[in-house]
Ligand binder design. Structure first.
Ligand code: UT7
Length: 324
């Protein structure tokens, strides 16, 4: 008998305030045309004062639990992917646990920046396969607006805030790619590239939160090659090929990266879930947000094969293949 981690519910939350590209024209040497043309981003949501990553995560988790028709008492573990926690510690995950009214099970954060959800999903799958947990809430939640340098046009126009969540449940499978659930994972990192995308502050260095710094063009080049490669590896591990893929659900950083990856995978854009125009880059939240929006739009349906892939600071990157 094979155990599979099957998605039972999905949900998301976006802060109320929407900032259109045109707003940046007032304070920066930039244009809506440049942002749209170079990235595909049209708008992003920004958290309100006093609204924290845990607040976004709790709302996304509530939506996912409702979608799964489950109560928090049924959840054994909560894994949150974030690089923008409310505080250095405790984890956002334990704040979510308390916020949902749970006093059982366990909760912790995973940090792999924009690839965080891929790592968290793989980690949650490990909890289920090893028998540590039967039902796991996996959340990606970020308030990247809090680490933006609002004078740096090369970064601040790119990011947004948001959260998405999945409920995974152990289920019996046959051990073939026909099973529902997570079919394979492929994870990578290479710390030599830390200077390409980092935050210039931290607990042990400056004692401040710092601001995001990125050599966008260099990250772009890594993304275009590494994402298609990891997606192919994950498909191979699952015993599938591009032809079996119903949807690519990519990290939403840049429409040009998304379409270049689809092209390398020889898949048309009508098989890609795209939300970057409305959310910007929400780091670890972008894939669960895209999964939730894709389901709401009626694109993602039970039984379909999905390939998720992401790259971010570290560099860290990877891919998860699942049957929805
Ligand atoms: O999620 C984590 C992973 N992150 C990513 O995947 C992001 C990857 N990188 C990218 O998406 C793209 O590299 C960017 C959107 C960040 C930049 O696009 P690009 O085509 O790589 O542009 P560039 O950095 O090479 O800059 C081209 C020009 C520069 O001007 P010069 O030097 O050619 O005169 C920039 O100063 O565009 C300029 N520029 C801007 N102009 C207007 C940079 N930002 C802006 C802006 N408005 N907001």
């Amino acid at each position: 008998m094979t155990i599979r981690s099957v998605v039972r519910g999905v949900g998301h939350y976006l802060p109320e305030r929407v900032v259109e590209n045109a707003e940046f024209e007032k304070t920066l040497d930039t244009t809506d045309e440049w942002i749209r043309g170079r990235t595909g981003i049209e708008r992003r949501h920004i958290a309100a004062e006093g609204e924290y990553t845990s607040d976004l995560a709790i709302k996304a988790a509530e939506a996912a639990l409702e979608d799964a028709n489950m109560s928090v008492d049924q959840i054994d573990a909560i894994v949150v992917a974030t690089s923008t926690p409310d505080s250095t510690f405790p984890s956002v995950a334990t704040m979510v646990q308390a916020g949902l009214g749970s006093t059982t099970g366990f909760a912790y954060d995973v940090q792999a920046v924009c690839a965080g959800f891929i790592f968290a999903l793989t980690n949650a799958n490990g909890l289920i396969l090893s028998g540590q947990a039967e039902r796991v809430l996996v959340i990606g939640a970020e308030t990247f607006s809090r680490i933006m340098d609002w004078t740096d046009r090369g970064t601040c126009v790119l990011f947004g805030d948001g959260a998405g969540a999945l409920v995974l449940e152990a289920a019996e499978g046959t051990g073939t790619a026909n099973d529902r659930g997570i079919l394979s994972s492929d994870l990578h990192s290479d710390g030599r590239y830390k200077d390409l995308l980092y935050v210039d502050g931290g607990v042990s260095t400056t004692g401040t939160a710092g601001h995001l710094r990125m050599q966008g063009n260099a990250v772009f080049k890594h993304a275009v090659t590494k994402l298609a490669e990891t997606a192919h590896k994950a498909l191979d591990k699952a015993g599938l090929t591009g032809e079996n893929v119903d949807w690519i659900v990519p990290h939403q950083a840049n429409l040009r990266i998304i379409s270049a990856t689809a092209e390398r995978m020889q898949l048309p854009m009508d098989r890609v879930i795209v939300t970057v125009q409305d959310h910007g880059n929400t780091s670890a939240a972008s894939i669960p947000l895209a999964l939730s929006v894709g389901k709401q739009r009626g694109q993602i349906k039970e039984g379909q094969v999905l390939v998720t892939e992401a790259i971010g600071g570290g560099l860290a990157w990877g891919s998860v293949v699942l049957r929805w």
